[in-house]
Design a protein around this ligand. Structure first.
Ligand code: FES
Length: 111
């Protein structure tokens, strides 16, 4: 299981949950009602699933594909540790993960 903490842009906690290995980060965020649209459903065509990974956790997620890097080039509020959450699969050896939600998403929970 991986314990995932989702932070709002201002650093306050938005949600926290555990998920089994193999869970896609975007699916977990959506299950928690967080404002990540995932409009293209993982086809890497929208970047509405963008999150910023905590610097300490970023290297443990493995490398980005060239296509993911290209999509992030056109994503607002991108940071050196940005990822598309539809491309992040929680691996069995990943005990904890912290990500921040970028500003400007449609707010479905009043976050
Ligand atoms: Fe569209 Fe991730 S859901 S790029």
């Amino acid at each position: 299981m991986t314990r995932v903490r989702f932070l709002k842009w201002d650093g306050c906690l938005a949600a926290e949950a555990e998920a089994p290995a193999g869970t896609r980060l975007l699916e977990l965020a959506q299950r928690l009602g967080l404002p990540l649209e995932g409009t293209c459903e993982g086809a890497m065509a929208c970047s509405t699933c963008h999150v910023i990974v905590a610097p300490a956790d970023f290297p443990r997620l493995g490398p980005l594909s060239p296509h993911e890097e290209d999509m992030l080039d056109f994503t607002p509020h991108v940071a050196p540790t940005s990822r598309l959450s539809c491309q992040v699969i929680l691996e069995a050896d990943l005990e904890a993960l912290e990500v921040r939600l970028p500003p400007g998403h449609a707010d479905m929970r009043g976050l």
